[in-house]
Design a protein around this ligand. Structure first.
Ligand code: SF4
Length: 419
């Protein structure tokens, strides 16, 4: 765990500040991402880890404007370091940084590829089944080439692919969208991600690739625009264990070779330990703990982080029983969230003061270690502990802890009659 050496001195390429994303559903407003802040630095791998439903993937989609209706980014700033854009859009700039949310849509869209690109979870559903893989990568190269020449021309032939388009493509031969140079670059990219016989493979269709090979091809496609920040959303979840290791090694090699920044989204702390320099732990749409790898793994402060670490097997010391985190992630429905610590109903150290939403505190360790938990401010006080059944009892926060009640186990009515 020594990846983080020297990372503190690197410059930020992206500063995310108070980002909130909501989904407006028939059941009500869902707060999928709640006031999230973090920085991505030059040439580092930043990990975002959490259970399903913690908001980590929606955070990634929010960065590149891919949140679909009924969701939308409702507040916050995304400061991206880009001197040219800062000069062109000086109203949205702060020094060399420009707030992506304040830029016109066409400009933001044109940044997908050369500035930010994404490797998705499931390569099978990310490629168009009826176009050879090499052609699709060549299109990504071509889109970036055209986007550099004219920021309005950023739509590829594989975007918005539906049944109508499929039928049309079957009966009407389309003109080539890409030129020879883009094809050559696609073959080069396939070679760089370790695909054997890339010229032949470039002519093959997605169904002729294995899952691991297709994930490599998707990484090649994501690299087509030579992005500043590569977002990898659970890039190995759909793959078996040996292939997972190969893909992670590939990502690490590419990141080092290009000194690129990578945002690694995962539920797997093993992936974080192996790959990342710094970590954000997300729970219920919030970043609950962040810091260097050493901060989070060696000095976890938030009980949720401790729970995540306690629920992974230790191969060096397999004797202790795993400690699962009891309970479930909350629904994130605004009407049900309340104003307490969102982890309080699962937290073994919940105290009366946790019925107020905690701020982010500085935590022990490096200068950037933060935790959204009162335990970062002072130690646990057993006298203030909430009763274990506090949330089961369904008491509203303002009434305070449940009292001890009577010593006998009789129902209250029966006890009253007999006394
Ligand atoms: S603020 Fe309280 S309830 Fe929340 S994680 Fe910390 S100790 Fe647990």
């Amino acid at each position: 765990m020594s990846h983080s050496n020297g990372v503190a001195s690197r410059q930020d390429v992206l500063r995310v500040r108070d980002l909130s994303t909501r989904f407006f559903t028939d059941e009500g407003q869902v707060n999928a991402v709640e006031s999230v802040s973090f920085d991505v630095r030059d040439g580092e791998i930043l990990g975002i880890v959490g259970e399903s439903g913690s908001g980590k993937s929606v955070t990634a989609l929010s960065l590149i404007d891919l949140v679909e209706s009924p969701g939308r980014v409702t507040s916050g700033q995304l400061w991206y370091r880009n001197a040219d854009l800062a000069e062109e859009f000086s109203d949205a700039a702060d020094g060399e940084f420009v707030d992506l949310r304040a830029l016109p849509t066409r400009v933001r869209r044109a940044l997908r590829g050369p500035s930010f690109s994404m490797v998705f979870q499931d390569p099978m559903s990310s490629f168009n089944p009826s176009i050879p893989v090499g052609e699709q990568i060549a299109e990504a190269v071509e889109v970036q080439r055209r986007a550099r020449a004219n920021p309005r021309s950023t739509r590829s032939r594989t975007q918005g692919y539906g049944l109508g388009r499929y039928l049309l493509d079957s009966v009407v031969p389309t003109l080539d969208y890409t030129d020879d140079e883009s094809h050559e670059r696609a073959v080069e990219l396939l070679e760089q991600v370790g695909i054997p016989d890339p010229e032949q493979r470039a002519r093959e269709y997605p169904h002729q690739f294995s899952g691991g090979m297709l994930q490599r091809a998707m990484i090649a496609q994501a690299l087509a625009g030579e992005p500043d920040v590569l977002i990898a959303d659970e890039p190995t979840t759909a793959l078996d264990v040996t292939i997972q290791a190969q893909i992670l090694n590939l990502l690490r090699d590419i990141q080092e070779e290009r000194d690129m920044s990578v945002l690694m989204i995962t539920h797997d702390l093993g992936v974080i330990a192996r790959m990342c320099d710094r970590v954000c732990v997300m729970y219920a749409g919030e970043v609950v703990e962040r810091g260097t790898l050493e901060d989070v793994f060696d000095r976890p402060t938030h009980p949720y982080t401790e729970g995540l670490l306690g629920s992974i097997p230790d191969l060096d010391d397999p004797a202790p029983r795993l400690q699962p985190i009891e309970g479930n992630v909350p629904s994130l429905l605004d009407s049900e969230m309340g104003d307490r610590c969102y982890f309080a109903d699962r937290c073994p150290k919940a105290m009366t003061e946790c019925l107020q939403h905690p701020p982010e505190y500085e935590a022990e360790g490096s200068a950037e270690h933060r935790a959204r938990c009162v335990l970062a401010d002072h130690p646990y006080d057993e006298r203030e502990a909430l009763p274990p059944d506090y949330f089961e009892a369904g008491r509203p926060a303002e009434t305070g802890p449940v009292d001890g009640g009577t010593d006998d186990d009789r129902p209250a009515e029966e006890a009253q009659q007999n006394d």
